[in-house]
Design a protein around this ligand. Structure first.
Ligand code: IPM
Ligand code: MN
Length: 362
C-alpha cells in the first residue's frame, strides 16, 4: 500500500484560527451536540468511523443518529432524501457526511437529490475549503482558503432540453446570481480574511466573458471592500487562477468565487495540497438557522471501498470544522494538529494513530 497520509504535508495548518462565524451555539445538551451522521456509500462509512473515533478521543460528547442515505439506499428502495427526512435533519446541530455515490445510479440523482438538496434547503451558502501544503515543484508552503458560493450559479438547475435526441436538440443551463446571494458570500469571505494574518482576499471569476454575472460579483466585491479597509483585495480570472494554483499558490490567502468555479478550483487545490485524501470542507449556514454540514471533498471511491486503504484524514479534518463551528475550538485544534505528521497504514491504523495523538495532547 502506498502509504496513507504520506501526501499530507507537515505544513498542513488549517484556517479557522479564530472563530469568525459568529458566536458558536453553546446549547450543547448533557448528551452532547446532536449530530446526524450520513456515512453514505463506498469509503464514506469507513472514513467517517475514524473521524468519529478521533472526535471521541477529544472528549467532546456527540449524540449521534445515523441516517442511511446515498446511492445504495436509493437502489434499495428509491429514497434519496424525502422531505420528511430533511425535516428530521433540520433538528440537529450539525450533519457529518462521509461520501455518497454508487455505480449504477444515473448521474445527478444523488448529487442533486441529496447533496445539493441539503445545501439548498438548509441554506448552506458558504462552502469553505482550506488548502495548505507544498505544491509539486514548489519549495515554500502555501496556506489559503477557498470560499465557494454554495447555493446559486449553474448549480440551481435552471434550463431545459428541447427535441432531445434529435439533430435539432437544444440544451440550456442557466447561472443564477442574486444580489443578496453574492453579497452574503462575499461578506463572509471578507470577515474571514480579516481574521487571518495576511488579510488578503482575491475574487476569482471570468468577468471578461461572463459579463452579466461577473459584473454583479465585481460590483458587489468592490462595494463591500469599502467597508473592509484593513483587507487588501485582488481579482483573477479563473483560468489564470488555475495557473497560479500550480505555479504561485503563495499569492493567495482567501479566495471567493462562484459555485462552479469553486467546485473546479477546489479539486485543483486538493491536488496541489497533498491530495484529495486530505481535503476537507464545511458547508455552512453562518446564520445558524439550521444545521451546517461537514464532508470530505473526496467522493465515495467505489474502487477502493471495503479494502481498508482509504485515507481518513479528510474526514477527520472535516469533523474538526464541525467541532469548531459547534464552539469546540480547542478540540478542533487538537484534531488538526494530530493530522499534521503523516501516518501510514490501513484506514483503521491511521485512525488509531490520530486518536492516540489526540488523547496524548488533549
Ligand atoms: C463537491 C462535489 C459536488 C459538487 C458534487 C458531488 C455534486 O463535486 O462537493 O465538490 O459539485 O459540488
Ligand atoms: Mn467537486
Amino acid at each position: 500500500m502506498g502509504g496513507i497520509g504520506s501526501g499530507l504535508h507537515r505544513t498542513l495548518e488549517i484556517c479557522f484560527r479564530k472563530n469568525f462565524t459568529g458566536r458558536p451555539m453553546a446549547n450543547r445538551s448533557a448528551a452532547g451536540h446532536r449530530v446526524a451522521v450520513i456515512g453514505g456509500d463506498g469509503i464514506g462509512p469507513e472514513v467517517l468511523a475514524e473521524a468519529l473515533k478521533a472526535v471521541a478521543a477529544t472528549g467532546v460528547k456527540l449524540a449521534t443518529t445515523s441516517f442511511d442515505l446515498g446511492g445504495a439506499r436509493y437502489l434499495r428502495d428509491g429514497e434519496v432524501l424525502s422531505d420528511a427526512t430533511l425535516a428530521e435533519l433540520r433538528r440537529f446541530d450539525a450533519i457529518l457526511l462521509g461520501a455518497v455515490g454508487t455505480p449504477g445510479v444515473p448521474p445527478g440523482v444523488i448529487e442533486r437529490g441529496l447533496l445539493l438538496k441539503m445545501r439548498f434547503e438548509l441554506d448552506l451558502y458558504v462552502n469553505l475549503r482550506p488548502f495548505s501544503g507544498i505544491a509539486p515543484g514548489q519549495t515554500k508552503a502555501h496556506d489559503f482558503v477557498v470560499i465557494r458560493e454554495n447555493t446559486e450559479g449553474p448549480y440551481v438547475g435552471e434550463g431545459g432540453v428541447l427535441r432531445r435526441g434529435t439533430p435539432d436538440e437544444v440544451a440550456t443551463q442557466g447561472s443564477v446570481n442574486t444580489a443578496k446571494g453574492v453579497e452574503r458570500c462575499v461578506r463572509f469571505a471578507f470577515d474571514l480574511a480579516r481574521t487571518r494574518a495576511r488579510k488578503h482576499l482575491t475574487l476569482v471569476h471570468k468577468t471578461n466573458v461572463l459579463t452579466f454575472a461577473g459584473d454583479l460579483w465585481q460590483r458587489t466585491f468592490d462595494r463591500v471592500a469599502g467597508e473592509y479597509k484593513d483587507v487588501s483585495t485582488a481579482y483573477n480570472h479563473v483560468d489564470a487562477a488555475c495557473i497560479y494554483f500550480v505555479q504561485d499558490p503563495h499569492r493567495y490567502d482567501v479566495i471567493v468565487t462562484d459555485n462552479l468555479f469553486g467546485d473546479i478550483l477546489t479539486d485543483l487545490g486538493g491536488a496541489v495540497s497533498g491530495g484529495i485524501g486530505v481535503a476537507s470542507s464545511a458547508n455552512l449556514n453562518p446564520t445558524r438557522s439550521g444545521p451546517s454540514m461537514f464532508e470530505p471533498v473526496h467522493g465515495s471511491a467505489p474502487d477502493i471501498a471495503g479494502k481498508g486503504i482509504a485515507n481518513p484524514v479528510a474526514a477527520v479534518l472535516s469533523a474538526a470544522h464541525m467541532l469548531e463551528f459547534l464552539g469546540e475550538a480547542r478540540a478542533a485544534q487538537v484534531l488538526r494538529a494530530a493530522c499534521v505528521e503523516p501516518t501510514t497504514g490501513s484506514t483503521v491504523a491511521v485512525g488509531d494513530e490520530i486518536a492516540r495523538r489526540v488523547r496524548a495532547s488533549i
